[in-house]
Write a protein that binds this ligand. Structure first.
Ligand SMILES: Nc1nc2c(ncn2[C@@H]2O[C@H](COP(=O)(O)OP(=O)(O)OP(=O)(O)O)[C@@H](O)[C@H]2O)c(=O)[nH]1
Ligand SMILES: [Mg+2]
Length: 515
């Protein structure tokens, strides 16, 4: 079942239950309470009778109200696949930062006068001196408004990126590449809402490319983004999760078969991460959302085993490099101080990740990336091997390769003997500890925007026998920027069972049925 079908079912079931969405605030301010345990008061028979009549009348009124609301508000238009939740609690965007820079304080009715040639008429017919001092002051003010409507000035020294971005009110561009990502989209949006960095300072930019036939990434992204910017997405997700839970209790889905083999502690942590109470501004809309769609000719399958074959790495990574460069070039604005790259397939990540990576004041900073595994495969594994410290062995290896060859980490074909950030992790280690790196992985990269303005990019060609994010780290270093990673600060990538893992799970299921 597609994501949109699940959203439809979620909203459909809400209507059946005559319920309205709850907001996070209602969970946290005590409006929603369990009244089961309040002591019952004894009353006379008349009181009880009156109470019963009262309840019947109240139920009838509520029923009429619900019927009225569901008739008058188009809750869900199936033909247009357009999600609408009743009783919107749309946020008003009062913070000035939603409107600064691109949105100067201009009054269209005033500047439209200039379209009719007012300025030309005043100057050519009478000259400046015909205006009284008061009129002249007004004329100057309105003329400067005309200038502001088309000319913007920035002092880039103000946008260099401060380690205390929240206090400094640094604007950040969050870039997310997407391909066949329909299924992970609720997860991705939950993580975005969970970001504690002020949403009014965040511009979101998505690039959807080369999706398979029948995939609805773009459509789902548009629908979820509308809800996000209305401040109502968490309500939609609460309903979707409710419906999923109901249908799960009836039959276990084949997609989720692996879950019972995962560590119960990890599963509990994931459940905790997506349950209210959330942070105070969880539902707050972002400064802007931009959605781009452009294909780059990626033909390598997006399945776990397809995309990890060693032979396809070079070409796949170069095309990803092109996609990333295209997205930065189109979305970056002069007022951005930082750019944060994030993959959609992250399962667990602290909401404060932007502030935490910023605090180090490096030009590029990445966290450690691991992934959970079934308990029969040791429960967890270092995942992103693209963040590393250069080694003499790898430099020697590079000399033996063709100029266009791309070294990829984690494959026997390329024995680099590099120190990988992933393997430096100590679960109890200090999450603030930093190590300097040369190559970086793309799951979660925070970089100062000035790097992109200076020409650092994700090479879509072979740069020092690397491509894309690893070459981005190398290039930044070569241009004198500081590149670092946090070995004990962990982000967890989703677990997608490989073909071998699925075979093992199937064997275990057969054995369990035989017992
Ligand atoms: N625009 C675009 N996005 C892509 C493409 N391939 C993957 N993505 C997205 O980029 C992010 C990372 O993709 P992954 O398939 O996990 O690839 P990876 O970064 O090499 O990481 P792993 O394979 O998980 O080790 C996800 O958000 C994908 O949806 C592509 O060709 N174009
Ligand atoms: Mg991934």
């Amino acid at each position: 079942m597609g994501i949109l079908d699940r959203v439809n079912r979620a909203i459909g079931s809400k209507n059946k239950r005559n319920e309205f969405p709850t907001t996070n605030k209602e969970y946290t301010n005590g409006k929603i309470k369990d009244k089961k345990y309040l002591p019952k008061k004894k009353g006379s028979r008349t009181t009880k009778l009156l109470t019963t009549i009262g309840i019947i009348v109240a139920c009838f009124c509520v029923f009429r109200l619900v019927v009225f609301l569901t008739q008058d508000n188009a809750i869900f238009d199936h033909s247009k696949i357009n999600i609408k939740v009743p009783s919107y609690t749309t946020k008003s965007l009062e913070d000035a930062e939603y409107y600064d820079y691109d949105f100067e304080d201009i009054k269209p009715e005033i500047i439209s006068k200039f379209d009719q040639g007012v300025q030309h008429y005043l100057i050519s017919e009478f000259g400046d001196d015909v205006l009284t001092p008061k009129d002249n002051e007004r004329y100057e003010r309105e003329l400067s408004m005309l200038l502001d409507s088309t000319v913007e000035s920035y002092d880039l020294a103000d946008f260099r990126g401060s380690p205390k971005g929240t206090e400094h009110r640094d604007h950040i561009l969050v870039c997310i590449p997407l391909r066949d990502a329909e299924d992970v989209m609720p997860l991705m949006f939950k993580h975005l809402m969970n970001l504690t960095y002020p949403h009014e300072l965040i511009d979101l930019a998505f690039l959807v490319s080369d999706c398979s036939e029948g995939d609805h990434t773009l459509h789902a992204l548009l629908e979820y983004s509308k809800q996000l910017q209305n401040g109502t997405l968490s309500q939609v997700f609460a309903e979707m999760d409710y419906v999923k839970k109901q249908s799960k209790s009836k039959s276990a889905s084949a997609d989720d078969m692996h879950i019972k083999y995962m560590s119960p502690e990890y599963i509990a942590e994931v459940e905790r991460a997506f349950k209210p109470p959330f942070h105070a501004n969880y539902d707050k809309p972002f400064r802007s959302v931009q959605i781009f769609q452009k294909d780059f000719g990626q033909v390598i399958g997006q399945g776990f085993s397809d995309r990890h074959a060693v032979k396809v790495q070079g070409i796949r990574r170069k095309l990803m490099g092109r996609a990333r460069n295209w997205l930065t070039a189109n979305a970056i604005k002069p007022y951005h101080s930082w750019v944060y790259w994030r993959d959609a397939d992250v399962e667990l990540c602290p909401g404060s990740i932007i502030e935490d990576l910023m605090a180090k004041d490096y030009d590029i900073m990445v966290p450690n990336v691991w992934r959970p595994l079934p308990e029969f495969l040791d429960s967890e594994q270092p995942y992103d091997l693209n963040s590393w410290i250069e080694s003499q062995e790898a430099i020697k290896l590079a000399h033996t390769l063709d100029e266009d060859d791309v070294i990829v980490e984690g494959y026997a074909e390329y024995p680099t003997w590099r120190v990988h950030l992933a393997y430096l992790r100590n679960a109890e280690g200090d999450p603030k500890e930093v190590v300097d790196l040369d190559g970086v992985g793309g799951v979660s990269i925070l970089a100062k925007a000035k790097l992109f303005r200076s020409g650092v990019q994700f090479p879509a060609f072979t740069f020092e026998n690397h491509a894309e994010t690893e070459a981005f780290g190398k290039m930044a270093k070569k241009m004198g920027f500081r590149v670092g990673g946090l070995p004990h600060y962990t982000v967890w990538h989703i677990y997608e069972p490989s073909d071998d893992d699925l075979k093992q799970i199937a064997t275990k299921e057969r054995e369990a049925r035989r017992e």
